[in-house]
Design a protein around this ligand. Sequence first.
Ligand code: SF4
Length: 267
Amino acid sequence: MLDTLAILTELAARLSQAAGTTRDVGERLCLLRDLVPGRLCLTNGFGIEGQLLTAHAAGLGDAIAVMTLDTGRLFPESRDLWRRTEQSLGVSIAAFAPAPGAVAALVERDGADGFYDTVAKRRACCDTRKVEPLSRALDGAAAWITGLRTEQSPGRKGVSFAVADAARGLLKINPLYDWTRAEVLAELAARDIPVSALEARGYRSVGCEPCTRAVRPEEPERAGRWWWEDEGSAKECGLHTPAHSAARDIWFRTPASAATGSPAVPA
Ligand code: SF4
């Protein structure tokens, strides 16, 4: 494990140095294709970053596998964009869904919308619907390509081009780490790449439908994600944070609770 981590860390440093010489996304992805031995996987959640990366990946043939986490709670607009993207870019986006039995157990225990109750329940849902399917999606992968940008939130300020993901035993690559939202939008428009209908309605970060609201222009990009939670809690679903297995283990031992209604979306 130590040897593997050392190899990944050294390769991440080489990639970050090379990527620092260009801000062109296509060139950055070519670096991965040429320098990383093994399977390259890109996850697209149908936000603007995933769309730009998918367009560039499509230009590299089958060098990069494009996939999405089909949580079962996606916006209809995301499903529509999924279809339009495959048609317009000629790319196949593979779906990784939660295990039906795991979802049934989650809903029986927490209720259909138990994620509104507590952060622990919300994380249990994200674990079931996102984190576990991601583990399967990345099984055997050498690198995981994401749409993280430093500008997205204070918690993402330290994002760099490439890091060794020790827990997953692969490289985590963030080709847009130093891009602004305005730059991403400009390239999407210039290349006529399809974007979600949610974009024009103020959704600046797209997740599952019940957990995402539009944001006002003065709000941070990710303010619409899990908006009912305290600002002090990490507004992440667990894909980009260390596993919170303690919270999951505790929750999985607690009895079922009734579902509650959706908290009011701020005007
Ligand atoms: S974002 Fe919401 S619905 Fe989606 S997996 Fe997380 S808690 Fe569940």
